[in-house]
Design a binder for this molecule. Sequence first.
Ligand code: 5GP
Ligand code: MN
Ligand code: MN
Length: 331
Amino acid sequence: MGSLDAVARIIEKSNKILMTTHVNPDGDAVGSLLGLGLALVNSGKDVMMVTAAPIPAVYQYLPGSELLQLPSMLSTREFEAGVVLDCTDLSRIGGDLPELLNGAGSVVNIDHHISNTHFGDVNAVDPKAAATGEIVLDLLLLMGIPVTPDIATNLYTALITDTGSFRHQNTTARCHRTAAVLLEYGADHVLVHNCLYEQRTLSSLMLLKAGLETLSLSKDGRIAWMAISYEDILSSGCNMEDCEGIIDYPKSLRGVEVGILFKEVKPGEIKVSFRSKQYLDVNRLAASFGGGGHERAAGCTVKGNLADAVAMIVRTTEEHLRLAMNNGGVS
Ligand code: 5GP
Ligand code: MN
Ligand code: MN
């Protein structure tokens, strides 16, 4: 990919580099940030890996996570280059990081979201990649930077989380090849599985229980949703990370095409996750509410009362679904 050559050139000629990713980072966001960050540290670069808020506890096993900084910890505000990973647009970075990036010499945008706005001076955006971590591996191989076991474990985490352990529709032969290469480089897949999937808190299961009480189905059985109120989150003692994976439940129902999870993250602010199985373009659906993502997994945030948001978004989903079906299942 030509743009990867351009990315490599910018990184090669820059020393002081700011690296970051999207708010509420997932495994691809943190794994790609640390995977590339560790590689550049090993190449002698003065790299600062920054997230707008502390990363979710579940990703603290990732090698190098102790190197992550918050914007307030930065010793400088001048950078020769900024690298943004797994992020559709600058507004999704959070904190004052967009301003810091504006001041950086060049901004490199490495991502795989179809809704990416190409905000960088150089954009390596590959919507065919299942995870940003896949693009990072290609970049390291292109630049001839050794992939250590720690780097491989980070990139493997990126791949596992964005493909749902190779279950989602974005899983390709390339994903499995990438995984094979990462295992050859020493990715610790047992550690990754254990830390991601065998360490649930009791409170997160109690929240899932409360969420399942709200499980609802559209009349035609094609849309299923759950709505978790701020009250449920507070009373379970959970934080946002404990909601990870809950969206899989409404989607998993037989006959359902679209699963939706509504989470009232603050009173009056609702984070919505969309997942589709076969034909609804949920990136387009989320974009109609100012969000984005991928064809089969997307999200947005809306303001207002939880019940009103549910009614309005389910209605819009029904309309999108009807149109998609009128188009022969292709939206
Ligand atoms: P999730 O539902 O797990 O939060 O997100 C699913 C996918 O949609 C992820 O790739 C995520 O980056 C993207 N996404 C979620 N919320 C938003 C949003 O508000 N805006 C944009 N542009 N993308 C989002
Ligand atoms: Mn992500
Ligand atoms: Mn991703």
